[in-house]
Write a protein that binds this ligand. Structure first.
Ligand code: PAF
Length: 282
């Protein structure tokens, strides 16, 4: 596996691969790799000649410096995981100046309102930061296809919107949430939870499954009350939000409409760690 530590080295590598007509699958990350990331690479490997990943903790998508500082970083461990996986051909590990040559600042995007829903309400500017880094990475890596996890469903929707509006020459694929044995969605943040709290957090997935059973049977207002009751009974967990939204507009809905797709979204704080999850409702 090639470890590409600057924009120049990356560009030479990509140019050679393009000359050979290789189809490139790309999965950007912020490191702290886990099996959820590996599931992106697996899908990318199935569908491409070459799999490229990146590791870059993007400063502009963090809302506060404390969160940025606390973000887990262990580049040697990540490189080892990538090498051992046998799934990735090259990893790009840029310097901040490779991505932000002048100011470390986001561009402003209009994602047709998707950015104002859910995570956008509590994390101002976050999606501008994501859009900026992902667009720049696409420009540099020039992938044919790029892979993102559905755990961050709003991020995936926003990236699809950016690609559509800017007509970027890349296809975006969403990959289903990778869950641990107890159902907890894998996230780099889980590292900050004690083992017993990880076990307790399975209530998040169990609740989403119940919501899927209640959907179309009970009124959404009642489902919301039931979910609140479940988390009121959990020690040391706060429900930040739970809602059901239209999968395309991400707008919260109080009613079920025929012909539209809906998804449940949840954010729970467990011992100060913010866990997010979602589920398509059938
Ligand atoms: O999902 C992530 O890890 C990040 O938001 C991404 C897409 C790599 C952009 O920094």
């Amino acid at each position: 596996m090639e470890v590409l530590k600057s924009k120049k080295v990356l560009q030479d590598f990509i140019e050679r691969q393009k000359e050979m007509g290789k189809k490139i699958g790309f999965a950007p990350t912020m490191g702290a790799l886990h099996n959820g990331h590996l599931s992106l690479y697996e899908k990318a490997k199935e569908e491409n000649d070459l799999v490229v990943s990146s590791i870059f903790v993007n400063p502009t998508q963090f809302n506060n410096p404390e969160d940025l500082n606390k973000y887990p970083r262990d580049i040697n461990r990540d490189i080892l995981i990538l090498k051992n996986s046998g799934l990735v051909d090259a990893v790009y590990i840029p310097e901040v100046t490779d991505i932000y040559p002048e100011k470390t600042e986001s561009q402003s995007y209009n994602f047709d309102g998707l950015e104002n829903e859910m995570e956008g309400k509590s994390r101002p500017g976050h999606f501008d930061g994501v859009g900026t880094v992902v667009e720049e990475l696409f420009n540099q890596v020039k992938p044919d296809t790029a892979y993102f996890g559905e755990k961050d469903f709003q991020q995936l929707a926003i990236i699809k919107k950016m690609v559509e509006k800017k007509k970027l020459p890349v296809k975006i694929i969403g990959v289903s949430i990778y869950r641990g044995e107890n159902g907890l969605a894998l996230s780099s943040r889980n590292q900050r939870l004690h083992e017993d709290r990880k076990e307790d957090s399975k209530v998040i997935y169990e609740t989403l499954k119940k919501v899927n059973e209640w959907f179309r049977v009970k009124p959404i207002s009642e489902i919301k009350e039931k979910v609140q009751d479940i988390f009121d009974q959990q020690r040391g967990m706060q429900l930040e939000y739970f809602l059901i939204a239209d999968e395309d507009t991400l707008k919260e809905t109080d009613f079920f409409y025929k012909g539209r797709s809906f998804r449940a979204f949840i954010v729970v704080i467990v011992d100060g760690v913010r866990l997010i999850d979602n589920m398509h409702l059938d």
